[in-house]
Design a protein around this ligand. Structure first.
Ligand code: ADP
Ligand code: LRH
Length: 491
């Protein structure tokens, strides 16, 4: 029970974190960190699933070489994406990336067959064009051979667990993000599957976070030269793991999981499936221990990541801290974007798209690199206020502040601006939320913590939390009025 490993695969990078309890405190050590690079082949954008599997095995070799005997492992990753296993037990095709353009216009097409209100009533999941339901529908429309060859449907962590253990399971938190799972029946929605023409037999029994999902299979142990160890199903959707790690004291709290995506909302005990939730396009994603995340996706730091990538290709290599410094030095509140405009979803020239957005909305386009990054960061902070207020309205709660977790909290200027925008304190930490939530569920499964609240207390005692007190309230209030006007969000 001493050495637990969390594999946390984000859309931009993956890491293997070793967790130990020392005198009741959680200590984490990074065993391995690797980039997660999408691969474009012709028209299609893929994840490099075999590389991710390779990096997981590398991490286990690194642990062995450090003399660490690992006692159990768990895997979490971004949601919605999947692969098929064929009758011969092999992976059919290479999983697509949710930013692939094949789902464009698929929502509207599917709604002609199944009304949006019916899908929402059954699943409680927000409409995002890349949800699994629309990806599967796009495969159907394209007559994809995967649908002939496939025999079992597995999501990214399910697939990686299968490679490690040889056992096929579908884990609950990720299953809910497919928009094919019905939280009221606690099972895949047979009617939706039938309407989409998908065999129920592809979708397995759903495993709850905290269940033992198998043991490392003999071939893997032999290859790596390690003994077999248990593999736990954790909250395998990274956002589920991140929220499990929020060091909240109050039972009702607002959070922002801040990484490639910004996921803002609150934890609820029952899904909130009503007209307002659908109108505001909030989701009810399954979490650990019967909880749900009533939340909304915000495009997040993806826009900065892509900006950085595009500039790097053009010979301007900036680190994230350098970009934040430039933003801090640029003039404030010159132009605003709605980060959630469809323009910013696919990979590509973000600075160019920001300029296009500004022109189309009658604003001056940012000119310097600092102005571009400032525009993104201010617009994100202001969108956080917009969604924070929606979360309060929908949940009927008034939150005393906002917990921020994830790699994005290393951007301390964004944390400060978020506090300024919402007018309430931001409590930032821990930055490795998903990995820590992954570890916590393994420890709870092993009886080390009695429940999620005891784990949250240990997380609070083990990791620093930085408080950001709101500043410049008048300026940010005026900027918010401009933001909603320029972006059309006031309507
Ligand atoms: P993922 O969702 O891919 O797991 P992370 O939680 O690792 O993402 O967060 C990565 C993001 O955090 C980066 O895109 C970057 O914007 C931000 N970030 C990380 N470190 C720093 C830093 N030192 N300064 C500013 N921003 C940072
Ligand atoms: C964040 C995340 C988010 C999903 C998106 C696909 O990594 O899992 O919760 O909406 O990726």
């Amino acid at each position: 029970m001493g050495n637990i490993v969390a594999f946390d695969l984000g859309a931009s990078s993956g890491r293997a974190m070793l967790g130990r309890l020392v005198d009741g405190n959680i200590e984490i050590t990074e065993l391995h960190r690797f980039s997660n690079d999408p691969v474009q082949v012709g028209e299609r954008l893929h994840w490099d699933i075999l590389r991710l599997y390779h990096e997981i095995k590398q991490s286990l070799i690194i642990a062995k070489n450090q003399g660490v005997e690992v006692d159990s492992i768990g895997i979490d990753s971004w949601a919605v994406d999947f692969g098929f296993i064929g009758k011969n037990g092999e992976l059919v095709g290479n999983p697509y990336h949710y930013r692939d353009r094949h789902t464009e216009n698929m929502m509207e097409k599917l709604f002609a067959d199944i009304p949006a209100s019916e899908i929402f009533a059954k699943t409680g999941i927000q409409f995002l064009q890349f949800n699994t339901i629309f990806q599967l529908y796009a495969l159907k429309q394209a007559n994809s051979p995967w649908l002939q060859e496939g025999n079992r449907f597995l999501m990214i962590p399910d697939l990686l667990r299968y490679f490690l253990t040889g056992d096929m399971h579908n884990e609950f938190s990720n299953a809910t993000t497919t928009q094919l799972f019905n939280p009221n029946t606690g099972d895949w929605d047979e009617e939706l599957l039938a309407k989409l023409g998908l065999p129920k037999s592809w979708f397995g029994e759903v495993l709850q976070p905290g269940s033992k999902a198998g043991m490392l299979q003999a071939s893997v142990c032999e290859e790596l030269g390690i003994p077999s160890i248990p593999v736990y199903a954790v909250a395998e959707h990274d956002t589920g793991s991140a929220v499990a790690a929020v060091p909240a004291t109050e039972r009702s709290f607002a959070y922002l999981s801040c990484g490639t995506w910004s996921l803002m909302g609150t934890e609820v005990q029952e899904p909130v499936i009503n007209e307002l939730a659908q109108e505001l396009n909030f989701t009810n994603e399954g979490g650990a221990y019967g909880t749900y995340r009533l939340l909304k996706n915000i495009m997040g730091l993806w826009i900065i990541q892509e900006t950085r990538r595009v500039w790097e290709k053009a010979g301007k290599a900036y680190s994230f801290p350098e970009l934040v410094k430039l933003a801090g030095e640029a003039a404030p509140f010159k132009s605003f974007i709605d980060p959630d405009d469809a323009l910013f979803l696919p990979p590509g020239d973000m600075p160019g798209r920001i300029a296009q957005y500004c022109r189309q909305t009658g604003q001056q386009a940012p000119e310097t690199d600092g102005e571009v990054v400032r525009c993104i960061m201010e617009s994100l902070a202001l969108k956080y206020r917009y969604v924070f207020e929606m979360t309060e309205r929908l949940s009927g709660q008034s939150f005393s502040g906002l917990h921020m977790v994830g790699g994005g909290i290393n951007n301390t200027l964004l944390c400060q601006w978020s506090a300024n925008a919402i007018g309430k304190p931001v409590w930032a930490g821990p930055s490795e939320g998903s990995a820590i939530g992954n570890l916590a569920v393994q420890w709870i499964a092993q009886g080390v913590f009695s429940d999620i609240w005891e784990a949250r207390r240990a997380i609070r005692d083990s990791f620093p939390v930085t408080e950001y007190v709101p500043q410049e309230q008048e300026q940010w209030g005026r900027a918010y009025d401009q933001f909603v006007k320029r972006t059309g969000l006031e309507k």
